[in-house]
Design a protein around this ligand. Structure first.
Ligand SMILES: Cc1cc2nc3c(=O)[nH]c(=O)nc-3n(C[C@H](O)[C@H](O)[C@H](O)COP(=O)(O)OP(=O)(O)OC[C@H]3O[C@@H](n4cnc5c(N)ncnc54)[C@H](O)[C@@H]3O)c2cc1C
Length: 204
């Protein structure tokens, strides 16, 4: 379950606008339909007991204005994106599993790289080739990495070690070093490792 506030006090009475995602493995939606209405009964039972002093999760789910159901799908990495004066970018180039919350991040990296290449190269076709050379392997590695859990490996490890029982402190289950190791590895693959970002010149 992923929950995050989007906007404060939407009605002058302190109500927050919240986005939430319930991730459930299910054989439904094999048609890869992105416009399917979600059904409360498919996922509410899983979260029925989730009532904290700071949020009634089941109540929030029940009162949602809209529920949509998305399939968990991607596409195999492509061998090239550019043909003459045409190229691909973002989801059109590398649709990926939404693990690591990274699809839009990679699309932004594409856009900035493309802008930089168009600025430096006079010949448009050469600029598109240079953009592809800079981004294709990097983005394809994220697609592949997201197939093998990516940063969600933390969730699996904690689930296995606790036998799905509640715990008070995550440090009692998984060490800070292990957490950092998994995060840093994914950041390196996805291109947002802090030191690397500090050192490399602007893409544009
Ligand atoms: C539920 C969900 C949660 C997500 N969460 C995250 C997250 O937390 N972090 C993250 O980084 N990414 C996230 N993503 C992924 C992210 O939304 C996408 O990777 C990103 O939007 C891709 O951007 P894009 O510009 O390549 O494509 P899109 O955002 O799909 O833009 C393509 C645009 O082209 C338009 N279009 C299509 N066909 C035509 C046509 N023939 N003529 C004119 N216009 C056309 C479409 O209407 C659309 O506006 C999430 C995706 C989903 C579905």
């Amino acid at each position: 379950m992923v929950i995050y506030p989007i906007r404060r006090d939407i009605d002058g009475q302190g109500t927050q606008l919240v986005n939430w995602v319930a991730e459930i493995q299910s054989p439904r939606n094999v048609m890869q339909d992105w416009n399917l209405d979600g059904r409360l009964e498919d996922f509410l039972p899983t979260f029925a007991q989730w009532k904290f002093d700071w949020l009634d999760v089941a109540g929030m789910l029940r009162e949602a204005d809209t529920v949509l159901e998305y399939p968990m799908v991607d596409r195999d990495p492509l061998p090239y994106w550019t043909a003459g004066r045409t190229t691909l970018l973002g989801d059109a180039a590398h649709p990926m599993y939404p693990r690591g919350s990274n699809g839009a991040g990679q699309a932004i990296l594409d856009a900035r790289t493309l802008a930089g290449c168009l600025k430096r190269e006079i010949d448009a076709a050469a600029a598109l080739k240079a953009y592809e050379a800079a981004r294709l392997d990097a983005a394809n590695k994220v697609v592949i990495s997201n197939r093998s859990l990516g940063p969600d490996a933390i969730l699996r490890t904690v689930h296995e070690r606790t036998g799905d029982k509640p715990f008070a402190r995550i440090e009692d289950v998984i060490s800070r070093a292990e957490l950092d190791g998994i995060s840093e590895n994914y950041k390196r693959i996805a291109g947002f490792e802090r030191e690397a970002l500090r050192q490399r010149p602007s893409l544009v």
